[in-house]
Write a protein that binds this ligand. Structure first.
Ligand code: PNS
Length: 178
């Protein structure tokens, strides 16, 4: 059986095997990495999609966020890292993916995540969102809090992949100079 998508007709089984894990990843944390490792076991192909959202002013430019993720997932053969612009559901159908993966840390995440999942399903009914529970020890982690602690001189090296720990001082220096 084939299903219609924006990109044309694709075989049914492509949809079951490809999932997208979208996010800002500014920067990737150990919590994100945990979700990536879990999702990579569930799907044949996992696309980590960095949102290139011009409304937000990220600390790391899109290309650097992609590179930091690539350097953090070496060894995970089924994982691809890329960026996208515009609506996630359009990118998902271009890439033949019907599953969006998101991590849930605590009940406080739920309202925002539920809103996004329902909006995405309203925009494109065949796109399903799958939530993966983050490992307990990472539930307090977020990119925002990492940046705040690092900016104030705290040690975040146990909370982010090594490439991010290395890149943070320069990025924070650039941001404070601008
Ligand atoms: O890591 P984040 O910032 O919580 O990720 C949010 C993200 C990037 C997944 C979401 O903002 C998104 O999908 N943006 C793309 C634009 C879009 O499709 N918006 C409608 C869905 S709410």
């Amino acid at each position: 059986m084939t299903l219609p998508t924006a990109a044309g007709l694709l075989p049914d089984d492509i949809f079951m095997k490809t999932a997208i894990y979208p996010g800002s990843f500014d920067p990737i944390t150990n919590g994100h990495l945990d979700v990536i490792e879990r999702a990579a076991k569930l799907f044949d192909h996992l696309i980590i999609a960095v949102a290139n959202n011009s409304e937000k002013r990220p600390l790391f430019p899109t290309e650097e966020r992609v590179r930091l993720i690539e350097e953090s997932v070496v060894g995970l053969a089924s994982v691809e890292v890329t960026s996208f612009r515009g609506l996630l559901v359009n990118f998902a159908s271009e890439r033949g993916a019907l599953v969006v993966v998101r991590g849930l840390r605590a009940v406080t995440d739920f309202e925002y995540e539920f809103q996004m999942a329902l909006m995405n399903r309203t925009l494109r009914d065949e796109v399903e969102t799958v939530f993966l529970a983050a490992r307990e020890e990472y539930t307090y982690l977020s990119s925002r809090i990492i940046k705040e602690v690092a900016r104030l001189g705290g040690d975040v090296s146990g909370m982010v992949p090594p490439p991010v720990a290395l890149a943070l001082p320069a990025a924070l220096g650039r941001a404070s100079a601008s």
